[in-house]
Structure formats: C-alpha cells, structure tokens
Design a binder for this molecule. Structure first.
Ligand SMILES: CC(C)(COP(=O)(O)OP(=O)(O)OC[C@H]1O[C@@H](n2cnc3c(N)ncnc32)[C@H](O)[C@@H]1OP(=O)(O)O)[C@@H](O)C(=O)NCCC(=O)NCCS
Length: 343
C-alpha cells in the first residue's frame, strides 16, 4: 500500500458507503424451456458425432429445441410470467421491458414490444438489445442505468433465444453446441447506501471489439443478403480468446468494488462450454463449488443462458437473498462483460 493511503482497497469501498443512492434490486426470476429435449444420442442421428466427443469438449449432455409455435417471444413471455409470479407483481407494475436476443421473432418490431403486448401491457416502453451471448449482461446493465437515472422503477429483463433456427444442421462443429430457452429477472429501484453490502447491482464492466467479427457470426441479414442466414464459428479461435476476456471483466468488477473472489458467493457464467467456465474460475481463484453450471442441461442458449442458470440456482435455494453474485459472458462481436450484484 503506498504511503499516504490510509485504507486498503476493501476498506476504502466500505467507508465510501455513506451516501444514499438508488440500487437496482432483484425482485423476481423465471425461466421457460421448449417442450422437446434433444439428447446427445439423438444428435448422433443428425451429424457424425458422439456423446463422448460432445461431453468431453463442451460438457453438454442435452439441449432443448423449439417446436412449432414455440418462438423467442413465446418463450420470453412464459419466462416473464414466471418472473412476475415469483415477484408477486403484474404487468401493470412494470414500466420497462428489455429483451436480449439475437433471434427475434421478426426483424422488427422488437421482441420486447411483442412480449409487452402478449402480457397485455399497454403503458411504459420496451426495446431489444443485441450483444449475442453477452446480451443479458448488457441488458441488466442497461436496466440498471435506466433505474439509477430515474427513467424507470421496475424493469423486466429477459434473455430469450431460438438458436436452433439459425444453425446449419449439417455442420457438426456448431449444431451440437446450441439450444433454445428463455429466462427473466425483475429489477426494482431500491435505496442503498453506496456500500458493497447494499442489495442490487453493484457494478458492471462491458466490452466489445468488432475486429473479431469473423470468428463468430451469422452470414445473413436484412441489409445484406435479405435472408436470416446461419451461424458460423471458428471454435478454436473463440476458445483462445474466451478465458482472458472473461477474467479481465470479472477482475474489473472486483476492482471497482474492492471485492475479491473470497467475497463471492456465486459465479453465474454464460453457459457456452464447461472448459471455458472451469478455466475462467480457476484463473481467478474462484472455488468450483461457487460456480453455477447448467450447460450440461441447456447447451449454449446465448442471451438466455445466464437467466436460465439464475432461475435454476435461485429456484433450488442455492442463491439466497444477500448473496454476492457475479454474472459474466462473452460472445459474437466479440462482446464480453460482467455484472456484480447482491441478490
Ligand atoms: C467448438 C469446440 C468445442 C471444438 O473443440 P476443439 O477441441 O477446439 O476441436 P477442434 O475444432 O480442434 O476439432 C477437433 C476435431 O474434432 C472434430 N469435430 C468437430 N466437431 C465435432 C463433433 N461435433 N463431433 C465429433 N468430432 C467433431 C473436428 O473435425 C476435428 O477433427 P480433425 O482433428 O480430424 O480435424 C471448442 O473449440 C470450443 O469450445 N470453442 C469455443 C466455442 C464457444 O464456446 N462458443 C460460444 C461462445 S459464446
């Protein structure tokens, strides 16, 4: 510690918590999955692959695939209704809906507005954010900015995807890795003191770098091909960057709050790949028992993976009120980011 600095980083942050401030506090969570489960054994019937290869390389054992009538908006609506019930709220209580998705029902209007209408909500406002697998981290950060800026009091944040509809089902290097689903959180303005002991979002660290575009992208779009396109990924290239990028933003969130891996109760990572999750936790010194893993059950559901994992771990009682929780993700763009919150 340099001379003249009377407090360590930790103490300095605790001391700082004396003024009143608005915090975005989690009031409810929910999730929804398509009816159809597709196991690795079924995947063996579609492409030249094996359960062993998929489990060893990714940790995935099964994924859910949307059927007829199941869409990003319908799954998002189900997750939203579950989150509202969990919070003891109705759509009338909300004033903003943010949906993170890369697989919207339509190019426009936004899936968030579609879900707003499905919920029978005709006040307030709604919009989508698009940051691929980092979408939910971006959406929670956006919701927090609206709440702290006084523009909204109760925000429904949804991550919802139907990646099965943008996969090339003859490309074994990608189609075995992704799945469909949706998850939601309700954030409400609460009063905090500015200390790390406050409930709610404590800090966020967001990044993007478009020079990595060609490593993970969809080869279509309204303004280029006029088609939806299919997903392409240079898996090994993505893998090479993932751990470093993830650990950088997590460390930034620790540094901004003066917290450490020891203070953390739960790491809830984007569920892309077990090896990336384990590698990131290990590099940061986060104990394996603090890491929520659902990639085995859901596969990579892009922006839906974090809220799905939160719903599993809060639903089974692991994540409890007052727990310190780190969310992190990395995805196409590249985009990457972390949010530290107290549940
Ligand atoms: C995709 C990923 C699992 C592939 O694992 P890998 O160890 O890098 O594997 P490689 O791409 O080097 O391929 C190794 C071999 O497996 C083969 N292979 C690829 N997909 C296969 C599959 N589904 N089943 C069986 N074999 C497969 C390859 O053809 C290659 O064979 P070869 O050596 O004869 O050419 C890995 O790169 C990864 O996890 N990347 C990150 C992906 C990710 O998380 N993306 C989402 C970010 S949001």
């Amino acid at each position: 510690m340099p001379n003249g600095c009377p407090l360590s980083g930790r103490k300095r942050h605790e001391r700082r918590g004396t003024s009143r401030m608005i915090r975005s506090v989690v009031r409810g969570f929910g999730a929804a999955l398509p009816k159809r489960v597709m196991t690795n054994a079924e995947m063996e019937q579609v492409v030249d692959t094996s359960d062993d290869w998929i489990v060893q390389r990714s940790g995935i054992r099964q994924r859910y695939i949307a059927g007829e009538g199941e869409t990003t908006a319908s799954l998002g609506e189900q997750a939203a209704r579950a989150a509202l019930a969990n919070a003891g709220m109705t759509p009338d209580d909300l004033d903003l809906i943010i949906v993170a998705t890369s697989t919207p029902d339509n190019t426009f209007p936004a899936t968030a507005v579609n879900i707003q209408n499905r919920l029978g909500m005709h006040h307030g406002f709604a919009f989508d954010v698009q940051a691929v697998c980092t979408g939910f981290v971006y959406a929670v950060t956006t919701a927090d900015a609206y709440i702290r800026g006084g523009l909204a009091k109760r925000v429904l944040v949804i991550g919802a995807e139907t990646f099965s509809r943008i996969l090339n089902w003859t490309d074994r290097t990608t189609c075995v890795l992704f799945g469909d689903g949706a998850g939601a959180l309700i954030l409400e303005a609460g009063e905090g003191t500015g200390a790390n002991t406050d409930r709610g979002v404590l800090t966020a660290s967001l990044r993007s770098d478009g020079s990595h575009k060609d490593k993970l992208y969809v080869d279509g779009g309204p303004s280029t091909t006029g088609t939806v396109g299919v997903l392409h990924m240079a898996g090994r290239e993505v893998f090479k960057h993932a751990v470093g990028m993830i650990t950088d933003v997590i460390q930034a969130a620790f540094d901004a709050t003066g917290t450490t891996p020891d203070d953390l109760d739960w790491l809830v990572p984007h569920q892309a790949n077990r090896r990336i999750i384990d590698g990131s936790a290990k590099k940061l010194g986060i104990a394996p028992e603090k890491v929520v893993v659902t990639v085995d059950l859901h596969g990579n559901t892009s922006a839906a993976s974090i809220p799905l994992a939160l719903a599993v771990a809060a639903g089974d009682g692991r994540i409890k009120k007052g727990d310190l929780v780190m969310l992190e993700a990395m995805g196409g763009g590249f985009t990457w980011g972390a949010v530290l919150l107290r549940w």
